[in-house]
Design a protein. Structure first.
Ligand SMILES: *Cc1c(COP(=O)(O)O)cnc(C)c1O
Length: 377
């Protein structure tokens, strides 16, 4: 038996409805959406247009504001480096947060090596930024603020609309990495200038994502990071991957954050209630978090032994999967003040659409058993 999959912040299974929508575009409608001279191209173009419209409508954008990318890493790079390059004559200061994903932090560090200045805001013990601290960090030469909508480790939800309003009052562009948020919580771009999304956290395949780029009030200038055929209004060249785009559109179309969140939150709360273990800590905010996220630390057990003990029964991660190759504690848990020993003995559960009550009960039992046996030895 394979372990129970509870690592939906890492990636998700493709939804059957998404796969079904994609399949004809591999074999039957395989045209290049940029081919304007024949029906093969037109079919593909119509499919891409429909996906673009669905995505735009869902987030209150227009279709022209959606730029398809290979995922959120690329979208973040395009947003941050693209804005830095386009606006450097107006200023070279960027504000972001210590708890961002590396796909935001690393482009920022790269820009520092080119002479940009970056302020990395701290967070409180729940993972939230302080708005007045953000305001104080804003300068005459600040060109961009980048704050993620939902954290991939502790699931904390930042006050995106308020941050966007603050930025707009100061004429600073606001980017948000919404890789974990899209389709999980209601999310509109009314106060956002650039927003990164990805398919594979949302039951669409890996290798597809998009960047929302505002075209009005203000019109965002962006320097392309991939040059070529001038696709996506020159912002991202490369032949559009029709099947993946259709999949992303379908995944966003069938996502129903309002009602699905109720069911997933119930499973998450059920798991938390059943994990009535001595010395268990909740990492992150008790309310302001993704419905499917639970991040805990357990006192008095060795982190490695804990993960090893769980491995055959449940698929979870400790800290962030993206940094789990290193033996450092997660930078997110450190930023909210979790001591190293507790950060090592942390488990991140990501509950998703396909999880059941039985799986949750089994997972809770498995954690309790493992902790009990580790504490006996
Ligand atoms: C997964 C993730 C990314 C990276 O997205 P890819 O599509 O895998 O490149 C970026 N930011 C956050 C918050 C994520 O969870």
């Amino acid at each position: 038996m394979r372990p129970i999959y509870l690592d939906n912040h890492s990636t998700t299974r493709v939804d059957d409805r998404v796969l079904a929508a994609m399949l004809p575009f591999f074999t039957e409608h395989y045209g290049n959406p940029a081919s304007v001279t024949h029906a093969y191209g037109w079919e593909a173009e119509v499919a891409v247009k429909q996906a673009r419209e669905i995505i735009a409508e869902t987030i209150h954008a227009t279709p022209e504001e959606i730029v398809f990318t290979s995922g959120a890493t690329e979208a973040n790079n395009l947003a941050i480096k693209g804005v830095a390059e386009a606006y450097f004559s107006q200023g070279r200061h960027i504000i972001t947060v210590q708890t961002e994903h590396n796909a935001v932090l690393d482009p920022c560090r790269y820009l520092e090596s080119l002479g940009f200045e970056v302020t990395y805001l701290g967070v409180d013990r729940f993972g939230l930024i302080n708005l007045s601290e953000l305001e104080k960090a804003m300068r005459e030469d600040t060109i961009l603020v980048s704050v993620m909508a939902a954290n991939n480790e502790i699931g904390v939800l930042q006050p995106i609309d308020k941050i966007g309003e603050l930025c707009h009052r100061r004429n600073i562009l606001f980017h948000t990495d919404a890789a974990q948020a899209i389709g999980k919580i209601p999310l509109m771009v009314d106060h956002i200038d650039l927003m990164s999304i990805t398919g594979h956290k949302l039951y669409a395949p890996k290798g597809i994502g998009a960047l929302y780029v505002r075209r009005k009030n203000p019109r965002v200038q962006l320097s392309a990071q991939l040059h070529g055929g001038g696709h996506e209004r020159g912002m991202r060249s490369g032949t559009l991957y029709t099947p993946l785009i259709v999949g992303l559109g379908k995944a966003i179309e069938i996502a129903d954050p309002a009602s699905e969140a109720v069911q997933i939150r119930q499973l998450r709360d059920r798991l938390w209630q059943q994990l009535n273990i001595d010395g268990i800590h909740l990492n992150g905010h008790p309310q302001e978090r993704l419905p499917g996220n639970l991040n805990i630390s357990i006192e008095g057990v060795d982190g490695q032994a804990l993960l090893l003990g769980l491995q055959s029964t449940i698929a979870v991660s400790s800290g962030s999967a993206c940094t789990s190759a290193k033996i450092e504690p997660s930078h997110v848990l450190s930023a909210i003040g979790v001591p190293d020993a507790l950060a090592y003995a942390s488990i991140r559960f990501g509950i998703g659409r396909f999880n059941t009550e039985e799986e949750i009960d089994q997972a809770a039992m498995c954690v309790k058993e493992t902790v009990r046996s580790l504490r006996q030895t």
